[in-house]
Design a protein around this ligand. Structure first.
Ligand SMILES: [Zn+2]
Length: 257
């Protein structure tokens, strides 16, 4: 077992934890917009209604073993369930690789998990639930107070300026920005601080413009305008979490020196 270094062990461990959290996020994504409990009842087949047995509910593994079908009725499930588990698993491993075995890493795992839920709920329903972003704001402040590289002052400024900026756009541009986007940016500010929230908004807008352009080119203007902004902000925020320092150095290299 010499090949199993602590680094490899924890990478695999957090991949597994992330896959399990991703499995729970599938429930959150499906039930929270409907106002249903995320605890009860347990997982059921959406087609035949039979409860999913625990041994058929192992993240990623069960989906592959059962060929993406219900063990009872054979109904094919969307590959998205496995994608959510896989994405969360990769993000958790990335948090460990980037931040090591620290409280910060665990906080970033919780943040990225909430962002995965936000992304898929926004894609499905064009809403970002307050039940995710509003509790996230005080949690972000507490995290930047006691852990994380940010200071409480920085977090509070980012919350005010990021959220305020989006609020202003929402007031000035009709249908330009949803209330959910404002609260999402406010939450990201509370966790990430001012520099990262600028990066988030900047990259989110750039990626959003590119995505919107591609959408118009392929789907026509009508459908493209229905693409929500939340997933782009999440993409910007994830890039900021993992590459904030590198991006700032790149910016300084290009524009300052
Ligand atoms: Zn079934």
């Amino acid at each position: 077992m010499e090949f199993l270094t602590p680094f490899l062990f924890y990478s695999i461990y957090f991949f597994g934890v992330g896959a399990c959290v991703g499995s729970f996020l599938n429930v959150v994504i499906y039930r929270v917009p409907k106002g249903e409990s995320i605890v009860r009842p347990g997982s059921r087949c959406g087609s035949c209604g039979k409860p999913v047995k625990p041994w058929n509910n192992i993240p990623i593994v069960s989906y592959i073993l059962l060929g993406g079908r219900c063990a009872k009725c054979g109904k094919k499930y969307s590959a998205r369930y496995m994608a959510v588990e896989f994405i969360t698993a990769v993000l958790f491993t990335a948090c460990f690789v980037k931040f090591g075995l620290t409280v910060d890493a665990v906080i970033y795992m919780a943040l990225t998990a909430s962002l995965v839920a936000v992304t898929f709920i926004d894609l499905d329903h064009m809403i970002i639930p307050d039940s995710i972003t509003l509790p996230g704001i005080p949690l972000g402040f507490l995290s930047s107070w006691f852990f994380l590289p940010t200071t409480p002052q920085d977090a509070f400024l980012a919350f005010l300026i990021g959220g305020g900026f989006f609020y202003l756009i929402a007031v000035l541009v009709p249908h330009g920005m949803g209330g959910g986007d404002i609260k999402l940016v406010a939450m990201l500010g509370a966790f990430l601080g001012l520099k990262a929230v600028f990066i988030t908004i900047f990259l989110g807008s750039v990626i959003g413009s590119i995505g919107g352009g591609i959408g118009i080119a392929f789907a026509g203007k009508g459908r493209a305008s229905k693409i929500p902004f939340g997933p782009y902000l999440v993409a910007g925020a994830l890039i900021a979490v993992f590459w904030e320092r590198e991006l700032i150095n790149l910016y300084l290299d290009i524009f300052v020196f």
